[in-house]
Ligand binder design. Structure first.
Ligand SMILES: Cc1ncc(COP(=O)(O)O)c(C=O)c1O
Length: 286
């Protein structure tokens, strides 16, 4: 399928010009976004994604987004993109100055673009370690902004090495997250994920696995602040621990390679993957 696009009140052709060259999202990455999986023409966990979109917009200082408009746009797009696998919502500061400052809020009109397109899903993940870090003290830590250039560079390095994700430390050497995923380490009979204070995104998939795991008796929890150093990946390489990634398109994907080393998917990781799929099958807006 091709991409279905909604912008400024209507569906558009992929070749239509949509956004002005002075849009602050384009000039300085002043925007926020969400990506949801789409199953049977319905966006998965849309309510949680819209809640996070609002949190990101307010955190960035963009002002209150019109979530009714977003929902209406999502409905229009999905009505004609029944076989889509993913939905992307982008909200930017709109036309603005050429520098990083903004016009007064009443002078700036946000830009909203909603897209649906195909998705490829892999059951497993292959990761690399990279020398770049997530800044847990960044002004935008934890916000899902469109300033993703650091992720683009790190993911390009992963692809160069034949992997599909790069896993990052933060500035104090703690395990943080992937470029577009959260991480869980399986060791000592439990799955443990870095806390939000590590600077990782509050992933919806991560959040659901924590909730569903707790409800269904799967041992899964957030780590204590210094419990998961980046070096824990050495244990994964040595076979003393396992890794899994979570994210909206990949869902739960146990890791089968770290750098150049093949590693085994952990039994709890595989159980988490099954548990997640069962819950998705039961409720598309948990
Ligand atoms: C940096 C980052 N971390 C984690 C995630 C996973 O979040 P979610 O499960 O909400 O997709 C994403 C999603 O794209 C991301 O961009």
């Amino acid at each position: 399928m091709s991409v279905v696009i909604w912008s400024d009140g209507a569906l558009r052709e992929p070749t239509d010009p949509l956004v002005t060259g002075v849009d602050h999202g384009l000039t300085v990455g002043d925007g926020v976004f969400e990506t949801c999986a789409v199953y049977e023409g319905q966006a998965f966990a849309l309510t949680r994604h819209l809640r996070r979109l609002r949190r990101s917009a307010l955190g960035l200082g963009l002002g209150e987004p019109d979530l009714d408009e977003v929902r209406a746009a999502v409905d229009k797009v999905l009505a004609v993109a029944g076989d889509a696998g993913r939905l992307r919502i982008t909200l930017t500061g709109g036309p603005g100055p050429l520098g990083s400052h903004r016009f007064d809020p009443e002078e700036q009109r946000q830009t909203l673009v909603v897209l649906a397109g195909p998705a490829t899903r892999a059951q497993v993940s292959r990761v690399v370690r990279v020398p770049w870090v997530r800044n847990e003290r960044s002004a935008v830590a934890g916000l899902k902004t469109t300033s993703y250039a650091e992720n683009v560079v790190a993911l390009a390095e992963a692809y160069r090495q034949g992997a599909d994700e790069a896993v990052l430390a933060n500035t104090v050497g703690a395990l943080c997250e992937g470029t577009g995923s959260n991480v869980f380490v399986e060791r000592g009979g439990e799955l443990v994920t870095p806390p939000l204070s590590s600077g990782c995104l509050a992933g919806i998939t991560r959040e659901l696995l924590l909730e569903w795991g707790a409800a269904d008796g799967l041992p899964v929890r957030e780590a204590e602040p210094e419990e998961l150093p980046y070096d824990v990946l050495d244990e994964v390489v040595a076979g003393d621990a396992h890794l899994l990634l979570s994210g909206s398109i990949r869902n739960i994907a146990p890791t089968v390679r770290v750098d150049a080393v093949d590693v085994a998917a952990g039994p709890l990781s595989l159980a988490a993957q099954r548990l997640f799929q069962e819950h998705v099958g039961r409720d598309l807006d948990p």
